[in-house]
Design a binder for this molecule. Sequence first.
Ligand SMILES: CC(C)(COP(=O)(O)OP(=O)(O)OC[C@H]1O[C@@H](n2cnc3c(N)ncnc32)[C@H](O)[C@@H]1OP(=O)(O)O)[C@@H](O)C(=O)NCCC(=O)NCCS
Length: 331
Amino acid sequence: MAETPVSVRIAGTGRSVPEKILTNADLEKIVDTSDEWITARSGIKRRHIAEPGTPLSELATDAGRKALAEANVEPEELDLILVGTVTGDFKFPSTATFIQAKLGARNAASLDISAACSGWIYGLHVVKSIIKAGEANKVLLVGGEILTSMTDWTDRSTCVLFGDAAGAAVLRREEGGTGGVLSTYIASNGELTHLLYGPGGGSAHPATDRTLSPDMFTVKMAGREVFKHAVVCMEEAAQEALRRANLQPEDIDVFIPHQANIRIIEAIAKRFKFPSEKIYINIQEYGNTSAASIPLAIDEAREKGIVRPGHKVLCSAFGGGFTWASTVIEF
Ligand SMILES: CC(C)(COP(=O)(O)OP(=O)(O)OC[C@H]1O[C@@H](n2cnc3c(N)ncnc32)[C@H](O)[C@@H]1OP(=O)(O)O)[C@@H](O)C(=O)NCCC(=O)NCCS
């Protein structure tokens, strides 16, 4: 007897961003930069930043509650909470456990994934596989980051880029359904870790070193090198997600790329000949929110009616590691 096909559908989405806004004009007062430079080189106009000491689980739980409400799923129904982040609450336990407690999701297992800006799509790949294997029915998948907790406010080449946010989705198993997550793809190259990383706080440079080497605890990035790899890898990832879904670029209704730099987004869009109305861009408002970037954009695009039921959405991301990842989702 043929197996009943199983689809993995997004049943609800949510987002949470801090109220406090840091504009390019505010940054002009902190480092030697200008609104003109930041806008032209990155596309960013402002970013939302959390109060110092805000645990990521606060934003993540808020985003998760909204996703659960839309999906009409109770926290107790969740089998798993998975969080993509590199700025979790503690070194351990996982941020997912804090969210589990805050939501009262007592039947859920908790898991964090460290894949930097690709974290949410990496998580989607894992969640899709777990649901298809029959190991879970309902999963809360969060991408969240308090990147300002590891921002060097004296380094103009990085501090103008990042913002804080969380985005979430409830994934549900549907027997016999079609659509949902049509494809996922994940990849990495660990030989290039030195181009984008945050060394402090791990076993190589424990937090006890903080007073001796405060510089260890902030983001290090070779911007120009990262830029080149981001364009190549995000394009490759997008191609692969399309291939795995058996689709062509013209089948895609909305392209939602990781929001790291407007010039990266434009370079990729050009290669696929996506017209501007098919690309969702919100980098001007939030900057690079790493693992939150894709789910935040998906939630916003759905709320604005840009992503609608039946739409096929292509997402592609790139981040430290390097890691890169992509997905096609039919809503
Ligand atoms: C960071 C980034 C915006 C810099 O843009 P760029 O065009 O590559 O700029 P460069 O790093 O080559 O620097 C050009 C000049 O601007 C200067 N500059 C850097 N930051 C600046 C700032 N905030 N304000 C003004 N000038 C700045 C540099 O010092 C350099 O000056 P120089 O030519 O006198 O040495 C860009 O490289 C980038 O977006 N990289 C990828 C980032 C990314 O995607 N990261 C995350 C991956 S998930």
